[in-house]
Design a binder for this molecule. Structure first.
Ligand SMILES: NC(=O)c1ccc[n+]([C@@H]2O[C@H](COP(=O)([O-])OP(=O)(O)OC[C@H]3O[C@@H](n4cnc5c(N)ncnc54)[C@H](O)[C@@H]3O)[C@@H](O)[C@H]2O)c1
Length: 294
């Protein structure tokens, strides 16, 4: 496929969208960042600028290079403004209907050769591609949080994704300084199929009274050399996101081994979502109960 990726549209300017925009600018691309919420765009612009400022602090960039890169960022609240993009990376809310609606709109306004990518954590690439008229040009580009720091990109091939699209996506990830790993479209891909059941099992261990959260995390950090314990990580990801992904695995495989832990369901129902709500397995409003505190 002979497409040169210069202009990249990013739909969704939340945690992932702003991180993806920063990485795009860092590698010299033009980025058009779209969010239906104007407030999210303001916050994203500030975060992207702060991220690029770090390149200057580290001596990797001059202040002038930073302002040239920032000049390549446009923001908009209308998906139609992504029409000139060579590639669109969708990073809107993790919900099939919201994503499908965005892709239908993008399919209507973008050029026929534009490549579509989704950053979904667990929704089927094949199913999302099917709402567009360009399933062969539709691929999963699964970045990890925080995007500027994490080197992995899972490149997910849907059933109809062409080999040319997969290899274009891999090359593009390399162009961004990332390491692509090619996987096929199954619930949770590789990353969440392995990570989420581990987190879910850690929550079962707490529910069954095997150990307190801090003890479960210590076992995994000190015994398995994990940089973060599974419950600390669950709080970082968001317990609602963990539950959504477990549900995708459970419904996708129809297998009870992916059954979401009842304690996880209860905590989400109570609004204990982890860091973002101030409380999850740890309490983030009291410094002494944070993970790692004595
Ligand atoms: N947060 C993570 O750690 C992580 C990691 C990997 C992948 N993901 C995936 O990335 C995607 C985004 O996640 P996030 O954590 O950045 O979510 P987020 O809630 O921080 O951001 C989503 C943004 O999408 C916007 N949005 C919703 N509908 C829209 C529409 N129709 N058009 C334009 N903007 C719209 C919202 O206003 C919001 O700002 C999800 O699919 C998620 O599963 C998240």
């Amino acid at each position: 496929m002979n497409i040169k990726i210069k202009i990249v549209g990013v739909a969704g300017a939340g945690t992932m969208g702003h991180g993806i925009a920063a990485v795009l600018l860092r590698s010299g691309c033009e980025a058009i960042l779209c969010d239906s919420a104007a407030k999210a765009l303001d916050a994203a612009q500030e975060k992207v600028s702060a991220r690029l400022a770090r390149e200057v602090e580290k001596g990797k960039w001059t202040a002038e290079e930073k302002s040239v890169a920032l000049g390549k960022l446009r923001t908009t609240t209308k998906l139609d403004d992504l029409a000139s993009a060579d590639l669109v990376i969708e990073a809107v809310t993790e919900n099939f209907e919201i994503k499908a609606q965005a892709f239908r709109a993008l399919d209507g306004c973008c050029r026929a050769q534009t490549i579509f990518a989704t950053n979904t954590s667990a929704i089927s690439i094949t199913r999302l591609a099917a709402v567009t008229r360009r399933a062969p040009q539709f691929v999963g580009l699964h970045f990890f949080n925080p995007v500027p720091v994490m080197s992995l990109v899972e490149v997910v091939a849907g059933l109809e994704t062409s080999a040319a699209t997969v290899s274009l996506a891999e090359n593009f990830a390399r162009q961004l300084g990332k390491t692509p790993v090619r996987v096929n479209d199954f619930p949770g891909f590789v990353s969440n199929r392995i990570l989420m059941p581990m987190i879910n099992e850690a929550i079962y261990a707490v529910m069954d009274g095997v150990a307190e959260p801090a003890a479960v995390d210590s076992v995994m950090k000190l015994g398995m050399n994990h940089p973060m314990g599974p419950l600390e990580l669950a709080d970082f990801i968001g317990l609602d996101v963990c539950l959504d992904i477990m549900r995708v695995l459970y419904e996708g495989f129809h297998d009870s081994r992916y059954r979401p832990c009842p304690l996880l369901e209860k905590m989400v129902a109570a609004g204990r979502l982890g860091r973002k709500s101030g409380r999850g397995f740890y309490n983030y409003s009291e410094a002494k109960s944070r993970p790692g505190a004595q």
